[in-house]
Design a protein around this ligand. Structure first.
Ligand code: FES
Ligand SMILES: [Fe+2]
Length: 338
């Protein structure tokens, strides 16, 4: 398929949704520059821990604010000292007090929230500056669940990562040696079932055996969810649930964000968390490495060589959905430009 305007939108990420950015502990009082969704951002905290996010350009002459000085709720640019607050307003121009830049909101600011160990930012366009509520899957919000955040950056397009997660069948092949995915049929038929916020792509007639289904959800954030049943050696608790969200860093680099969750409480939760840290985590990273190596070796034009079959209907639907959202945003943008 030829590269078109929708591809361009998708390459840098859809607008008007929340994105996972990085773990909360990546950002302290020292301003940090991050590339996400076609933006250079700067994030920092004041000394009470409150988080701020701006586009990383000084409104004077475009220098990176991330090289400036943290003054709490504002940064002073390192170049000529212009101070920009967390709303993007140039509150002080010390080199030329009273000039017209003073008081101007000339810098884009990003609404931010923190949940389950992660920083989220809302990437809105000009017509949608206010974010929708950020609703996360219950595994990240319910006290019945316990989770570990696992964050990685992979050298590939974030859409390849989403295709990979919307492809339960690779569990039986790429991960067949793993401790939790060596069971079940290596052949399967799949079906799609609509849900309130998206859909589930699932194996027909196999449940709780292997990586048997993936869910797509849109709740202000685009997320994916799947379950992998644990063998007894995985300790107490319900199935292992993985919640993921994937953010473009550049067209060839993705933030790969997963939470590994389990419904488990009390002493059993402590036992699982201990076991996870001591035994399971290394195995999970090993499995994830198999995905990473595959995706990083993918050619950027690999999709031009595809011959999709029944296992791929889940990702076909996902691509169609993303494309139609992109086209909607293009139409809206065109309408507002006219
Ligand atoms: S470029 Fe930032 S103050 Fe001049
Ligand atoms: Fe995988």
């Amino acid at each position: 398929m030829p590269y078109d305007a929708a591809d361009k939108v998708l390459e840098r990420g859809l607008r008007n949704i929340w994105y996972g950015i990085c773990p909360s502990n990546f950002i302290g009082t020292k301003p940090v520059q991050l590339h996400r969704c076609g933006y250079r951002m700067v994030m920092w905290r004041d000394n009470r821990g409150k988080l701020y996010a701006l586009e990383d350009y000084c409104p004077h002459r475009g220098a990176p604010m991330s090289l400036g000085i943290n003054l709490g709720d504002r940064i002073a640019c390192g170049y000529h000292g212009v101070q920009v607050d967390g709303n993007g307003v140039a509150v002080s121009v010390p080199g030329s007090p009273g000039c017209k830049l003073e008081g101007l909101k000339a810098t884009k600011s990003f609404p931010v929230e923190e949940h389950a160990g992660l920083i989220f930012a809302y990437i809105g366009d000009e017509k949608h500056p206010n974010p929708p509520p950020l609703v996360l899957p219950e595994q990240l919000t319910s006290p019945e669940y316990s989770s570990f955040l696992c964050y990685a950056e992979w050298g590939g397009d974030y859409r390849f990562v989403m295709d990979n997660v919307m492809d339960p069948m690779h569990g039986s092949y790429l991960h067949k040696q793993s401790h939790s995915m060596s069971f079940g049929e290596a052949q399967a038929q799949f079906q799609i079932r609509d849900t309130e916020h998206g859909y589930v792509f699932e194996k027909v007639g196999q449940r709780n055996v292997n990586f048997d289904w993936t869910e797509w959800g849109e709740t202000g954030l685009h997320w994916m969810r799947l379950e992998i049943p644990y063998p007894k050696t995985g300790g107490p608790g319900g199935n292992f649930v993985i919640v993921g969200t994937y953010t473009p860093i550049t067209s060839t680099m993705a933030a790969v964000i997963h939470w590994r969750c389990r419904k488990v409480e009390g002493w059993q939760r402590d036992a699982w968390r201990f076991l996870y840290k001591n035994r399971l985590e290394a195995r999970h990273w090993h499995v994830l490495e198999q995905d990473r190596v595959m995706i990083e070796q993918y050619a950027p034009d690999a999709r031009d060589y595809e011959n999709l079959y029944q296992h791929d209907t889940g990702l076909v639907r996902l691509r169609r959905r993303m494309r139609s959202l992109a086209q909607e945003q293009i139409r809206e943008g065109a309408a507002s430009a006219a």
